[in-house]
Ligand binder design. Structure first.
Ligand SMILES: [Zn+2]
Length: 252
């Protein structure tokens, strides 16, 4: 077998593993956030940040432009468009948001679409965000649309953070990323924190915190799931520290 064929086979194999497993997400609490209104900051620290950089009011019309190049289910349209509005760089990136009956151990996963990984130009790569139709609680399943608005925006914002992280990687680097993500807990933890950091630096910190609280403070989530979130993802305190770091960098 020639070197090129062997290399191609390896790439197919890695891509397959990568696209069948990849990321899940973190996230919790009960704020209603009608489109375009300002949500309440979760902590005192965020409250002061809030005063510095209040969210801009966004109407449905404002948000509609972020639907370009996306496949979005009607059920979560508001939440997805709101999360996308924090990532204007993704305007030309093709992303399909798709409902799945079940995702192994996760609520959402962002992945590259395997058939677009053959393009030489990584800017032509497309992605999908898999969204579980239900959250599995201890005694019942909760429909994903029952999750509070801000929590969903944070959750989706985290997945878009993954896509930001993927965008600059070559196809081979993506394949290696997938293998490391599966094989190394340390790598997985770093990848999850990176996704949160992208979301924070794009102004989604208070949503991310609400998503964390929703999971960690929600009595009905299985213990094992909460443990996983505690172990692998940024805590609400880590998020606040990271926001302060971003603020300091901006001041310099
Ligand atoms: Zn994630």
């Amino acid at each position: 077998m020639s070197e090129i064929s062997r290399y191609t086979l390896y790439l197919v194999f890695f891509c397959f593993i990568f696209c069948s497993i990849l990321p899940q997400n973190a996230a919790s609490q009960n704020f209603t956030h009608p489109l375009g209104t300002v949500s309440k900051p979760t902590t005192q620290a965020l409250e002061s940040l809030w005063e510095i950089a209040p969210k801009q009011e966004k109407t449905s019309q404002d948000l509609e432009k972020f639907a370009a190049n996306k496949v979005i289910p009607e059920t979560l349209k508001n939440e997805i468009l709101e999360a996308l509005s924090y990532y204007p760089e993704l305007e030309n990136t093709h992303i399909d948001f798709l409902f799945y009956k079940n995702i192994k151990g996760s609520v959402m996963q962002a992945q590259p679409k395997i058939k677009t990984m053959w393009f030489r130009n990584k800017s032509k790569r497309s992605y999908k965000v898999k969204i579980s139709r239900h959250l599995h609680l201890v005694h019942r399943d909760m429909k994903v649309e029952e999750v509070p608005h801000d929590v969903l925006v944070g959750w989706i914002g985290h997945e878009l953070g993954h896509i930001m992280d993927y965008r600059d990687r070559s196809n081979l680097a993506m394949a290696c990323f997938g293998v490391n993500y599966v094989c190394s807990k340390r790598f997985l933890r770093k990848a999850e924190r990176n996704a949160d950091k992208y979301a924070i630096s794009h102004g989604l910190s208070d949503y991310i915190i609400e998503t964390k609280h929703f999971i960690l403070d929600h009595a009905k989530f299985p213990k094992a799931y909460k443990e996983k979130i505690r172990e692998l993802y940024m805590s609400p305190e880590d998020v606040i520290a990271s926001v302060e770091e971003v603020e300091e960098q901006e001041d310099e």
